[in-house]
Design a protein around this ligand. Structure first.
Ligand SMILES: NC(=O)c1ccc[n+]([C@@H]2O[C@H](COP(=O)([O-])OP(=O)(O)OC[C@H]3O[C@@H](n4cnc5c(N)ncnc54)[C@H](OP(=O)(O)O)[C@@H]3O)[C@@H](O)[C@H]2O)c1
Length: 264
């Protein structure tokens, strides 16, 4: 798939654009900073950016920041976007095309709103847009194993985007199923969405040993955890972005990986 999925660490450390327009309850992000963060992400080797037309704050929109920052988009960059629960599938795809200024979207997820929801009909609508050439690959987000299995009978699933990280390994079986099936598993909220304190002693011990931050260890663990796992840490800070990207160079040994696997 368009450069977003490589087995080495670099292509698997992506960037989440949700915070670029700013987040409720946080300091607003000025447009110049947001554009600079998106550009720097690509300079630092990001080839997979996660976005959505509904990542907005006031008049500020993640898709438009990306368009301003990155067009003409570099070869090999995957821009992944979403159809949210309850959204009209075609209208959502068309909105993303317009906002991003693209003729075709690299990867579009159908997001589930509930674990007991059957996604098959809406996933078929999205797959049809792939046949029409508006979308290259289709995926699923916030899905259960049963929803993944069901949708796979409708159309090939290129990627699953769910919450997973060193602090929350409850989706581990699906991570492994995706690896076995060669499906990209995109982990969101890998740094706990800013709400989790990474105070676990094992995490801190490993971080101290490497002279790294706990966030860098969390990301390095994710890279080691599965060869098809892509992470999309979110930040509106250039400093945090640089720190996160440096995690690609952090190699944990088997015992450290095992220590962290027992965390959650
Ligand atoms: N499919 C879904 O339902 C879904 C849900 C949520 C998110 N997502 C996607 O996943 C992406 C990531 O989500 P997220 O941003 O909520 O969660 P996240 O990546 O787990 O955490 C981001 C939080 O960590 C902070 N942070 C980032 N790097 C840091 C560092 N090096 N040191 C200290 N703090 C750091 C950020 O603050 P600063 O801005 O201050 O750095 C922010 O508060 C989003 O951009 C979006 O694309 C998808």
């Amino acid at each position: 798939m368009g450069g977003g999925f490589r087995r080495g660490g670099e292509g698997r450390l992506g960037f989440g654009a949700m915070r670029l327009p700013g987040m409720p309850g946080r300091q607003p992000v000025d447009h110049t900073t947001a554009v600079a963060v998106a550009r720097r992400a690509v300079e630092l080797g990001v080839t997979h950016i996660d976005t959505a037309a509904f990542y907005t704050r006031g008049a500020s929109r993640a898709n438009e920041i990306l368009r301003r920052a990155l067009r003409p988009y570099p070869d090999g960059l995957t821009l992944a976007t979403k159809v949210g629960p309850g959204q009209d599938v075609r209208a959502a795809v068309e909105q993303n095309l317009t906002e991003l200024g693209r003729d075709v979207l690299d990867l579009v997820y159908l997001q589930s709103g509930r674990p007991d929801e059957t996604l098959d009909e809406r996933f078929a609508q999205l797959a049809k847009l792939r046949e029409e050439g508006l979308v290259r690959e289709v995926g699923l987000s916030n899905v259960t194993r049963a929803q993944f299995a069901g949708a796979r009978t409708v159309a090939p699933v290129a990627a699953v985007q769910n919450r997973f990280g060193v602090h929350d390994q409850s989706d581990a079986v699906l991570v492994d199923e995706c690896a076995e099936a060669g499906v990209m598993y995109v982990a969101h909220s890998v740094l706990g969405g800013g709400r989790v304190r990474f105070t676990d002693p094992a995490l801190r011990t490993v971080a101290r040993r490497h002279g790294a931050s706990v966030y860098q260890v969390a990301l390095a663990w994710g890279l080691a955890r599965s060869p098809t796992l892509v992470q999309i840490p979110g930040t509106a800070s250039l400093t945090h972005l640089e720190q996160n990207m440096a995690a690609v160079r952090l190699e944990l040994d088997e015992s450290e990986i095992a220590m962290l696997e027992r965390l959650a």
